[in-house]
Design a protein around this ligand. Structure first.
Ligand SMILES: [Zn+2]
Length: 201
């Protein structure tokens, strides 16, 4: 029914999370109606992030260049590392203004059922980073999601760190976060409280 180029756009938009076929069609027709400048700006923005954004060589957060803005910021405390699952989890923690340390982005959570093993995440890189740190790391905050896989990941890392880096205090976000939900949906007041009330594991 649709001209092939339109159908192609609908198909591509439909691959986005949370976008069903009807929404994809609506968005495609919206893009058809917009000015060439606006449509090109969208296409350019997509191309740009794919070309320019890489993972930070230190913490695996998104970065333009070898290091992310947080790792490049000398004012951020290198003795404190907050471990999160995805780059998107850094944003809600930053919004709380409760945290002045660095991050480590795992790239997911352990889930043996889905075939996600420790080697698939940046876990070894975390241990290497702690072992090789110029300024010693004093605390690792495990801020993985309060889900089954997030909890399993936190437990796995806490157990390993107790052996590998006994001098490092390992903490977990305090309860109060909605169980089973993702960090990125937590409001900043709740997340700020969870951060300031973090407890040793
Ligand atoms: Zn970084």
């Amino acid at each position: 029914m649709l001209a092939p180029p339109v159908q192609r756009l609908v198909t591509e938009l439909g691959k986005l999370p949370g976008i069903g076929n009807r929404t994809a069609q609506r968005l495609a027709f919206h893009i058809l109606r917009t000015s060439p400048q606006d449509a090109n700006a969208l296409a350019d923005a997509i191309r740009d992030v794919k070309e320019k954004i890489t993972l930070c060589e230190v913490c695996f957060n998104l970065a333009e260049g070898p290091r992310c803005t947080i790792c490049a910021d000398e004012r951020r405390d290198p003795a404190l590392i907050c471990v999160v699952e995805e780059p998107g989890d850094v944003i809600p923690i930053e919004r709380t203004h409760e945290y002045r340390g660095r991050y480590h982005v795992l790239g997911g959570a352990l889930s043996p059922i889905d075939g996600v093993e420790p080697g698939d995440l940046k876990i070894a890189q975390l241990y290497a980073r702690i072992a090789g740190a110029e300024e010693p790391v004093s605390e690792v905050v495990l801020a993985t999601n309060p889900t089954t896989t997030g909890e399993a990941t936190a437990l796995h890392i806490a157990t390993a760190l107790r052996e590998r880096a006994p001098d490092v205090t390992v903490t977990r976000l305090a309860s109060g976060l909605p169980i089973g939900s993702d960090l990125e949906y937590a409001d900043e007041v709740t997340l700020g409280r969870a951060l300031s009330g973090r407890r040793a594991l």
